[in-house]
Ligand binder design. Sequence first.
Ligand code: FAD
Length: 309
Amino acid sequence: MALVRNALLAASQNRWLRERAPRLSFVRRTVSRFMPGETAEDALSAAQQLQAHGIATVFTELGENITDASEAALVTEHYIALLDQIRARGLPSEASVKLTQLGVDISSSQCYGNLKRVIQCAGEKNTVWIDMEASPYVDITLELYRRARTAFPNVGVCLQAYLYRTAQDIAALKPLSPAIRLVKGAYKESPSVAYPRKEEVDKSYFALACTLLSEPARRTGVRMAIATHDRNLIRRIKSFAESTGAAKDQYEFQMLYGIQRAELIRLVQEGYRTRILIAYGPHWFPWFVRRLAERPANVWFVVRNVFAA
Ligand SMILES: Cc1cc2nc3c(=O)[nH]c(=O)nc-3n(C[C@H](O)[C@H](O)[C@H](O)COP(=O)(O)OP(=O)(O)OC[C@H]3O[C@@H](n4cnc5c(N)ncnc54)[C@H](O)[C@@H]3O)c2cc1C
């Protein structure tokens, strides 16, 4: 299992594959399970359908590690236009951005300028989320998050339970009343920075979720998004939250498009707030391979698509 996961995570960073694999029809057929299409219009239409089921959405335009300032500016404009569309259509939708897509590899101050424009355009009531990328980006991501959160109320950040440092990062962010989306973590990390075993990651996830949902954390105004498809964890977290007196609307569950939809609908029916992350855009290859790595059985799904009509 770990071998397949590591091979897939290495493949997600392979330039040769990234340029060629997306042209193969069976790969395109497989990715359609995880994204409604390549355009913002595809994502907006999918959000409209989910809205009818009481499910909110968060959009992310795929792409990472931009090295040209003009490209980062285009991504910024893209999100600004997207937020205008969200407003125009009255969608319960937010945006989630990657700092490497907003130019952090070029200049952290330019990246912050781009981020600030997106946050300002979203308006105070619509949160802009910052994705967490591979571990070398954690310090700069948290630095820019702190700066943004000090200036704006509507910005959240993703934290990864597989990193040993995350408990300390949560403690340091608490005074800012942060919005935190907790995930297990999707990148290939060394055991020197991240728990290598799934049981350890799950244990860390539960402990961090309990910290964030605890009564003292809620009193400081932390907004908590539990972003996992792990039904066992969801069940345990719901029961912990209930035991601390947290109301169902004080936190929300987030999942990825195409995964565990039935579980999310069950949560909606139970009265929880839910949100689906819809990814789109032509640069989907590394993101798609990370989705395969999360569940090696997905590889059989790819294989089945080789033989599909
Ligand atoms: C809203 C959202 C935002 C995210 N943002 C980030 C981010 O910014 N940075 C980051 O590092 N990671 C991010 N992730 C990904 C996250 O780190 C995990 O890699 C991913 O959610 C899988 O972990 P899991 O918690 O679902 O648990 P797992 O233990 O991996 O999965 C639990 C169960 O869910 C199902 N499942 C999970 N993944 C898949 C899949 N790909 N295909 C089919 N079934 C699956 C399976 O049934 C599996 O048994 C995000 C995830 C979500 C839901």
